[in-house]
Design a protein around this ligand. Structure first.
Ligand code: C5P
Length: 409
């Protein structure tokens, strides 16, 4: 990274604020300087003294003390930074930012900054799920805010669900991605307007009998992130999703399916589209027969399962004649020879782009939040550094936006 990067860290009032102290330490270990704004609520969780000791700088708390000549103004705080990070980002801070309220130092800086803003939300799961919060998040995403987390898990309030702030290591990675990505020309909210984008995501589930099925470890995180990013860029998005544990992205029409055959029908029923992105991990096979009742075991008998191949959805869309989308993008999840298999898939599936990634157990890609992908086109291959799946989604949306889509509807 050229030159010393500077982060302006806004610490909001959440129990996870203690993790932000660890974040300051880890940023400074990486030679990234940190200047801290502590909100009034944040002060209930960490002290200005601890934040100041770790950042090696004064901690800024009060909007009006910044009018002192000896001090620097809120505009200067933002000017001095390469990136503004809000961690923890409470429901209140997100709501203020989404509505342009500016009644304290943190919200005023957020309104006044022209720098990228990365937020790490944390709140009670019901506050997170509340339509008001979800609306604010969609607004902020459309405004270009970057998000890291929240994660799902046990919460300080004794509940379980989505709302835990990301770990310092995850926030650090998101910061490094944001700081090292000047090349990302994040598309403006209307830049995919007029395009219909059809996305598949998640695994499929192939029943064996009424209680058993075959499936795989796909979480749907990558496909859902792509659908969300495309919708944020103004596209009309239809997402055909297999069974996943994550929420439907906002602003997207979601068709929920279970089996590969249902996914095939839902996809073809949703054509025509301008762009097709096959991010689902479609089961290659299904049991030849579906037992009506639970199959019983018999002692000493080796059980066997006859499998038949599922139809290839991606290949069928790529060869759909007049209904073929102008841009067909497939994924190649491989455990070895990722580039090699990826290149071959470009032709065998008949698509325009293959996004190839390593899904070996060591990679942690399946179910994880990070991914390393190679964008394979006939004109050449571009390898992207390891980054969050949401970041890959917005870059992919940039790639889609860079194609000539002719007359948009
Ligand atoms: O052949 P393989 O499963 O490795 O190909 C991966 C790509 O093909 C992914 O884009 C996946 O969504 C798509 N696919 C499909 N239908 C299948 C199998 C794979 O659309 N039956």
């Amino acid at each position: 990274m050229a030159g010393k990067k500077r982060v302006l860290l806004i610490i909001g009032g959440g129990i996870a604020a203690y993790k932000s102290l660890e974040l300051i330490r880890r940023l400074r270990e990486r030679e990234i300087s940190v200047r801290v704004i502590l909100t009034a609520a944040g002060k209930n969780f960490v002290t200005p003294l601890s934040a100041s000791s770790l950042s090696g700088d004064k901690v800024y708390e009060d909007l009006f003390s910044l009018t002192d000549e000896a001090d620097i103004g809120h505009i200067q705080l933002s000017r001095d930074a390469d990136l503004v990070v809000v961690a923890p980002a409470t429901a209140d801070l997100l709501a203020k930012a989404a509505h342009g309220l500016a009644n304290d130092l943190a919200s005023t800086v957020l309104l006044a900054t022209d720098k990228k803003v990365l937020v790490a939300p944390t709140m009670n799961v019901r506050m997170w799920d509340h339509p008001a919060t979800q609306r604010n998040i969609s607004t902020l995403k459309a405004d270009g805010y970057l998000f890291v987390g929240p994660n799902a898990g046990d919460m300080a309030c004794g509940e379980f669900g989505s709302g835990r702030m990301s770990e310092p290591s995850e926030i650090l990675l998101a910061i490094e991605n944001a700081l090292s990505a000047p090349a990302i020309t994040s598309l403006s909210p209307g830049s995919l307007k007029g395009l219909k984008i059809l996305v598949t995501s998640g695994p499929t589930r192939e029943p064996i009998d009424p209680v058993r099925y075959l499936t795989n470890q796909s979480s749907g995180k990558q496909g859902h992130a792509i659908a969300a990013a495309a919708a944020a860029a103004g596209a009309e998005v239809v997402l055909v999703s297999g069974p996943v544990d994550i929420q439907d992205p906002t602003g997207v029409r979601v068709i929920h399916v279970e089996t590969a055959a249902q996914m095939y029908d839902a996809v073809h029923g949703s054509l025509p589209a301008d762009v097709f992105i096959g991010a689902a991990a479609v089961a290659d096979w299904r049991p030849e027969t579906l037992a009506d009742t639970k199959i019983k075991k018999s002692a000493g008998v080796v059980a066997s399962l006859a499998l038949v191949e599922n139809k290839d959805i991606l290949a069928s869309v790529a060869s759909a004649g007049s209904k073929r989308p102008k841009l067909v993008i497939g994924f190649a999840a491989e455990t070895t020879q990722v580039l090699d298999y990826g290149r071959r898939k470009l032709d065998s599936k008949g698509c325009d782009i293959i996004v190839a990634n390593d899904v070996s157990a060591e990679s942690g890609v399946l179910g994880g939040d990070l991914n390393t992908v190679h964008i394979i086109q006939r004109s050449g291959t571009e390898s992207w550094p390891k980054m969050r799946k949401s970041e890959i989604a917005s870059r992919l949306v940039d790639v889609i936006g860079s194609f000539d889509h002719g007359d948009k509807k």
